[in-house]
Write a protein that binds this ligand. Structure first.
Ligand SMILES: Cc1cc2nc3c(=O)[nH]c(=O)nc-3n(C[C@H](O)[C@H](O)[C@H](O)COP(=O)(O)O)c2cc1C
Length: 140
């Protein structure tokens, strides 16, 4: 059974490109090998991540990510059973929220990571994917 989980968390320390690259490198390799797909949004001191895959695999991955010392206040904001993946092309796509800074205010005025809903997150990610300009796509 496939599920999709979305969580929000707060970075511990600055979100440097070294940190992001290290997370993405691990994520892309492991996720590819374990049939996990999704999107990592990062910036403004927060992470928002969508994880899709087999329920047992996502559950174990989520608990590993939850325990990761690079972030804290991890809160699941969405969990659902799915028939089809939404981000099936990406072992972990990357959205930089800091690059979006000026436009986030315009395109995502209601952006408040700890009160945003999973449905809104997905709608915004889909807008970004459609725009094609503010996302780095990771080959799976
Ligand atoms: C915000 C964030 C997102 C992460 N996303 C993933 C991911 O999608 N896949 C993955 O394998 N590891 C991801 N990691 C890394 C894991 O937390 C963990 O470091 C990695 O799975 C290695 O676990 P281990 O040290 O217990 O072997 C993420 C870490 C952070 C901080």
């Amino acid at each position: 059974m496939l599920i999709r989980v979305i969580y929000v968390s707060t970075a511990v320390g600055p979100q440097t490109s070294t940190m992001t690259n290290s997370i993405l490198k691990t994520a892309q390799a492991w996720n590819h090998a374990n049939d996990i797909t999704g999107v990592l949004c990062q910036g403004q001191g927060v992470f928002l991540q969508v994880l899709e895959g087999e329920r047992s695999v996502v559950t174990k991955l989520y608990s590993r990510i939850y325990a990761d010392q690079r972030h804290t206040n991890v809160e699941m904001i969405h969990c659902e059973s799915i028939v089809q993946r939404r981000y099936g092309k990406w072992s972990m796509a990357h959205v930089s929220l800091s690059d979006l800074d000026p436009s986030t205010k315009i395109d995502w005025p209601e952006f408040d990571p700890y009160s945003v809903t999973g449905l809104l997150v997905m709608a915004r990610i889909d807008d970004l994917l459609a725009a094609g300009t503010v996302i780095e796509l990771a080959d799976s």
